[in-house]
Design a protein around this ligand. Structure first.
Ligand code: ADE
Ligand code: ZN
Length: 326
């Protein structure tokens, strides 16, 4: 079997996927119709044509607008099940999935509706296909610390059902330090924390995420290699980086896949995992990311094995479960 086929067929974990970013145009239109919402795009094709991003913010504007079709528990369940059905085709056996309550609660969709819906979809995938999932609540960093604290309050009644906390949305101008106190409270609840850092933002944001938020993984982190001391630290401490190659190209972090920092990251000894981020918007799920990376870099079988091993190793499941997968 060639390297690509083996990489695609290997069992793997996905550690960086936003459930709202798995909303395919077809489902968005179906939900708009079901919920009687006038959707501001003429057709599925017109919506897809709008997926032409110049940077992170240009994507986020559309991503938040599309999320407006998600209203009911059933909508969130359908969204989760559709993602897991698709991820299974790429041999994902475990997924740690971000959700953004602040995208929904200001629209009048309750925290409980979001959580129960996502859990219902995940329960079907667990029963039907044995898929394992964890939910990670992400705070939107363009909003205030006060708003993040209020969201954490909303989460408290359900805290046993939330596995960890993360930080996403517009990075530049919203450094991790803004959420130092929120993350201290999340950690005091006994939860692991992660943060998007070094996607568009500078390596200094990765340092802040480590030192101030005390994250156990960095989401993206593709700019880490601009700082040799930071690269050495990440490698030495085996901090996993959840890299999303197609996302980075679609959001113009790199002009083309061949210019992605993955080879430098590997040369720096970093613990890399490959993920899809917002697959409905960026041209594909985990399998498409693997194909695009392999077309650009022709990594060997050992490198791919290492990526997938890292995905289980860096996951938040217990050691006994990891042993079964590794
Ligand atoms: N929210 C969804 N996708 C994101 C990304 N790539 N970066 C920051 N926030 C996001
Ligand atoms: Zn992301």
């Amino acid at each position: 079997m060639d390297v690509l086929k083996r990489a695609l067929s290997c069992p793997k974990a996905e550690l960086h996927v936003h459930i709202e970013g798995t909303l395919e145009p077809e489902l968005a239109f179906a939900l708009a119709q079901r919920n009687n919402i006038a959707f501001p795009h003429a057709s599925v094709e017109a919506l897809r044509a709008a997926y032409d991003f110049s940077d992170l913010q240009s994507f986020l504007d559309l991503y938040y607008a599309c999320a407006d079709v998600l209203r009911t528990e059933q909508d969130f369940s359908d969204l989760m099940l559709a993602y897991l059905r698709r991820a299974r085709e790429d041999n994902v056996v475990h997924a740690e999935i971000f959700f953004d309550p602040q995208t929904h609660t200001p629209r009048g969709v309750s925290f409980e509706t979001v959580l129960k819906g996502l859990e219902a979809g995940a329960a079907i995938a667990a029963a039907e296909w044995g898929m394992s999932t964890r939910l990670i609540l992400c705070f939107l960093r363009h909003l205030s610390e006060e708003d993040a604290f209020a969201t954490l309050e909303l989460a408290l009644p359900f805290i046993d059902r939330i596995h960890g906390f993360g930080l996403d949305s517009s990075e530049v101008g919203h450094p991790p330090s803004k959420f130092e106190r929120v993350f201290a409270k999340c950690r005091a609840l006994g939860k692991p924390v992660v943060a998007h850092a070094g996607e568009e933002g500078p390596p200094a944001y990765i340092v802040e995420a480590l030192d101030l938020l005390k994250v156990s993984r960095i989401d993206h982190g593709v700019r880490a290699v601009e700082d040799a001391a930071l690269t050495h630290r990440l490698a030495h401490d085996r901090i996993a980086l959840t890299v999303c190659p197609l996302s980075n190209v679609r959001l113009c972090v790199f002009e083309k896949m061949e210019l992605h920092s993955l080879p430098s990251m590997l040369a720096g000894g970093l613990c890399i995992t490959i993920n899809s981020d917002d697959p409905a918007y960026f041209g594909g799920y985990l399998g498409a990311n693997i194909r695009a990376v392999q077309a650009a870099f022709a990594f060997d079988a050992t490198t791919w094995r290492e990526f997938f091993r890292n995905s289980f190793d860096a996951s938040f499941v217990d050691e006994a479960q990891k042993e079964k997968w590794l």
